[in-house]
Design a binder for this molecule. Structure first.
Ligand SMILES: [Zn+2]
Length: 584
């Protein structure tokens, strides 16, 4: 499959390899090496959109076999200048390589013949040099039909006189990477390639020396932020209106693949739980945003513990730019963030600052779950259900089986290993909400407090933490929703028999069928003149369950599901009770 993809697109790679027979294309394993350390010296000239890089990288052979050839890739708008090993130039060929891991839709690839073969787990240091320009470029999106405006507000990375921001792999390969081609028009291909790269690059070191020279700088130099942390400014000189800034940036604890470098004339605001870098004139929205973070902080701390870092936010000048998150860092246009969005973003960001997991359905699922919790806390349960309803629309489409019954392949694409954002964000949020409705706030909070990312060695870890806090059997639930993807439930009120009890009360016996292949515990609401009663009922996949509910006057309608359980068909969820039924 790898080699198929290598040649599948545009024929670039094939053509170039044909003219360069030194390298056998079929033995090229692009993901054999991982960059284990980066020591880079960046020279940035915003006025010319230029980036020049010299530095040293350490390659580690992560494959099980000896490797004599290494592949290094940078954005296609940059070009390789030199590659050396131990002071001696090494042989390398360069070629364009189509891949949507970069905003230009292509990479400049260097195929390097190493001076000696590197054994599995072995490392080799290379000295590298590359340069070029990074301008606004949304080719990878416009060529698959995204309208220009939307494409540019997604791929907003660029080096420019007024504002410079380059996110790493997945947006702009401004540092060398080594990946198979990623294709945005092939489902989740990009996320899969990126996911593998991030996994290989976890716990990688990156140290940058950054020099920035511009005629546009005044007496105050701009700030250099690396993954939301301000880099140490070493020197700043201003000669004949030409400012030269040098800074030192050290990467923190997160995967280096998230590395984003931002250079702008920021002002700074700090509060107990937040740090905001904002552009001149944006002090009102910056204050509003930090207020939102501080307001959400007590609830998030109660659920997910004390944040281990501040929520870092950096402003974007384009009011239409799509917000971007990397851990507790959020890049967002503050001027166009309204207060409702600010609270949601704040709850999400703080959850990342408080709770770490390398599993997306836990890390992102909980951050979205926190948004629903915040809405409920602020405006009631219905506001949270409405919000989850918006997300449900996103993933019910992704959940539609392509075959009936679901193929084994589809069933095995579980929440644990999915690369689909709709599932690990939206569906996971609903899964956490259902778990909370089933086991209660106190038990779920205790289970989350016991979570240790280093202890999460198998998918069942979370289930065991929750099981320690509740007598309920949750194996079936995890099996239907988390370990396997059995799709969604489909509830139907099959029958409802009311009978008059003593005094004026009624007892109605309700049978709910679940026509879907995932079970759930679902609210059953009985409406009567002047009110309603809600009870919860567990209905396993392709099964039925019965419940008896007492009402103070004649029941009129039964509704199954208040919107808290994702379902494939909501049209069969209500049942009207005829007057004559209640006569007896
Ligand atoms: Zn997130």
């Amino acid at each position: 499959m790898k080699s198929g993809k290598m040649f599948g697109r545009k024929g670039f790679a094939l053509l170039c390899v044909l003219c360069a027979p030194v390298v056998s294309a079929f033995s090229l394993d692009r993901e054999a090496f991982t960059v284990a350390n980066y020591e880079l010296n960046l020279q940035i000239e915003p006025d010319q959109h230029r980036l020049g890089v010299r530095g040293k990288i350490t390659l580690r052979n992560d494959s099980p076999t000896l490797q004599k050839v290494a592949v290094l890739q940078i954005s296609s708008s940059l070009g390789w200048r030199s590659i050396k090993a131990g002071d001696k130039p090494v042989q390398f060929l360069t070629q364009p390589y189509a891949s949507d891991i970069d905003h230009t839709g292509a990479l400049s690839e260097a195929i390097v013949t190493l001076p000696q073969a590197v054994a599995p787990k072995g490392t080799i240091d290379l000295e590298i040099g590359y340069e070029g320009v990074i301008v606004l470029d949304a080719t990878r999106l416009t060529r698959i039909g995204t309208p220009d405006d939307a494409a540019e507000s997604t791929d907003w990375d660029q080096i420019s006189p007024s504002f410079t921001a380059v996110r790493g792999a997945g947006y702009v390969a401004w540092y060398p990477i080594a990946t198979e081609s990623a294709n945005l028009s092939e489902g989740n291909d990009l996320f899969e390639v990126l996911g593998r790269w991030k996994h290989r690059e976890s716990a990688v070191g990156m140290h940058l020396q950054v020099g920035v020279t511009s005629n546009g700088f005044g007496t105050e130099p701009p700030q250099v932020l690396f993954d939301g942390i301000r880099c140490l400014q070493k020197t700043y000189t201003l000669e004949q209106n030409r400012g030269t800034l040098s800074a030192d940036c050290q990467f923190g604890q997160f995967p280096v693949s998230n590395a984003s470098l931002v250079i702008a004339n920021y002002l700074w605001m700090e509060r107990p739980n937040t740090e905001v870098w904002y552009l001149r004139g944006h002090d009102v929205p910056a204050r509003a945003y930090s207020d939102a973070v501080e307001k959400a902080a007590p609830l998030i701390t109660e659920w997910f513990g004390i944040p281990h870092e501040k929520a870092q936010t950096a402003d974007l000048p384009d009011p239409n730019a799509a917000p971007y998150e990397s851990g507790a860092l959020l890049l967002t246009p503050l001027a166009s963030t309204d207060s409702k969005l600010a609270s949601l973003a704040a709850a999400h960001q703080l959850t990342h600052a408080a709770f770490l997991s390398f599993r997306p359905w836990i890390e992102e699922g909980l951050a979205h779950f926190a948004q629903a919790l915040y809405l409920e806390h602020d405006r009631g349960r219905q506001a949270a259900l409405d919000y989850m309803g918006l997300h449900r629309a996103a993933f019910t489409e992704a959940e539609k089986p392509t075959t009936f019954p679901r193929s084994e392949d589809e069933v095995n694409r579980s929440l644990v290993n999915t690369t689909s954002e709709e599932l690990y964000r939206s569906k996971a949020m609903c899964v956490w909400w259902m778990l909370r409705d089933m086991v209660g706030d106190a038990a779920l909070k205790k289970a989350l407090a016991a979570y240790r990312p280093e202890g999460d060695k198998e998918p069942s870890y979370v289930q065991r933490l929750i099981a320690a806090q509740t007598p309920r059997d949750l194996e079936w639930f995890f099996d239907d929703w988390v370990y396997r993807d059995r799709g969604l439930p489909d509830f139907k009120v099959e029958s409802a028999f009311p009978r008059k009890a003593m005094t004026n009360a009624f007892i109605v016996t309700i049978t709910v069928a679940n026509l879907g292949s995932a079970g759930a515990e679902v609210p059953v609401i009985v409406k009567f003149a002047g009110g309603e009663v809600s009870k919860r009922l567990e209905v396993r996949a392709r099964d039925k369950a019965t419940i008896r509910v007492e009402t103070p006057s004649a029941p009129q309608e039964i509704v199954v599901n208040d919107g808290s359980v994702p379902e494939s068909d909501l049209s069969n969820n209500s049942f009207r009770i005829q007057e004559t039924d209640t006569a007896k």
